[in-house]
Design a protein around this ligand. Sequence first.
Ligand SMILES: *Cc1c(COP(=O)(O)O)cnc(C)c1O
Ligand SMILES: [Zn+2]
Length: 461
Amino acid sequence: MSAPTTAEPAQSKEQSGTQFRCFGGCPGRHSVFEVLYTCPTCGGLLEVEHPLEPLRQRNPYKWQSLFDSRSSTTTWPYGSGVWGLREWVIPELRDENIVSMCEGNTNLFWADRLGQQLGVPDLWIKLCGNSHTGSFKDLGMTVLVSVVKQMMARGSSVRAVACASTGDTSAALAAYAAYAGIPAIIFLPAGKVSTAQLIQPVANGARVLALDTDFDGCMKIVQEVTADQSIYLANSMNSLRIEGQKTVGIEIIRQFDWEVPDWIVIPVGNLGNISALHKGFRLMMDLGLITRMPRLVAAQAQSANPFYRAFQAGFSNKVSVTAQDTLANAIRIGDPVSYQKAVLAIQESDGIVEQASEEELTEAAARADLTGMMCCPHTGVALAVLQKLIQRGEIQRHHRTVVISTAHGLKFTDFKVGYHQKTLQQIACRHANPPVYLPADASAVRDNIDQWLDGQAQRQS
Ligand SMILES: *Cc1c(COP(=O)(O)O)cnc(C)c1O
Ligand SMILES: [Zn+2]
């Protein structure tokens, strides 16, 4: 791999020093190139710590113009939305070990018509699903797999990577591992992921093990199987993924010319992504790039709502539930791993946790699709929660609001087909729009079109 051609020294000494520390505050620091997922003292979550002094050597405006100048270029690896922020991610990674398919830099678009309909004209959608494997999970996996590649290059005992997944994590891990030439093992709950989610790791050559249990059951098995350190565990407990995912929040602010929106609504399951958003904003505050945080809204499916219940109880205790079936299968999680981090995210951002029923998430997704979107069910959860907060007067007309769309709707064609065929259980499917079958007869076709156009005109008047 050739050396980077920007004027920036890629691995300058001042930027070394990124380490794991215990999120709960136990003393001690650990190398991020060690096989370590939890705090060796208390068993709690780890987080990646960035010493601030070296980063403060560059003032906020210089950081902004550096990041602006790199975005969407082809100079390795800075064109990636993650590696364009390299100094804030894992600066110790060598160029040749970075495993990147130019992820991130996803579109943030103005949802003009939907925003008008909902009474919040300054509504924006961050389409994280427009990424390599169709979900935001790519952002975390580029970091994790790069770290593993560097560990293996230095003679570590790691032979493969593995994860349990509700679908999107495994797709991302399989793709990035295949890109790097590292074997990947995927544990899925049999029958609980979409066809697209199942076929992604299959196509990428991973070992796909479909287990007769749910996601939480897969988690337990994968933890046992990876206990001997020869297989590196890529679950959301692994705090390296947070480092990549945190770039979404920073990217949103950059896309708004470094202005902070009022609200960010995000669908949550294991609570890694909302923790990542918060961690990115925290770092921007610490380095003086922003002076306030957006208020974060965690949107849960009612069928798998432990975080919502904990919020209702003032976060007095962590709540676990047995997750029930939901169309939003990527957030069908009863015992969220990143609970502690997410509590901090809500508290520090003056955030809110709200939930949406199956009916609400489905209709919200369909309604948004009618304005040109292609929403996955998780984005439907966020949009349904957005509607609730508008009705409650929390989110107001003049507020700038961003909804994080976490996956591409085309990964969930079963959901879309079921909706438009009205075969989803107990859902009215009010906006169902099935194809019309007609004989090949021009006058019958014309009559049908006229009828339809009249109906459209009536609806609009
Ligand atoms: C993983 C995922 C989520 C939930 O993210 P967490 O970090 O588990 O809270 C939401 N939507 C989609 C599409 C996902 O793949
Ligand atoms: Zn600890």
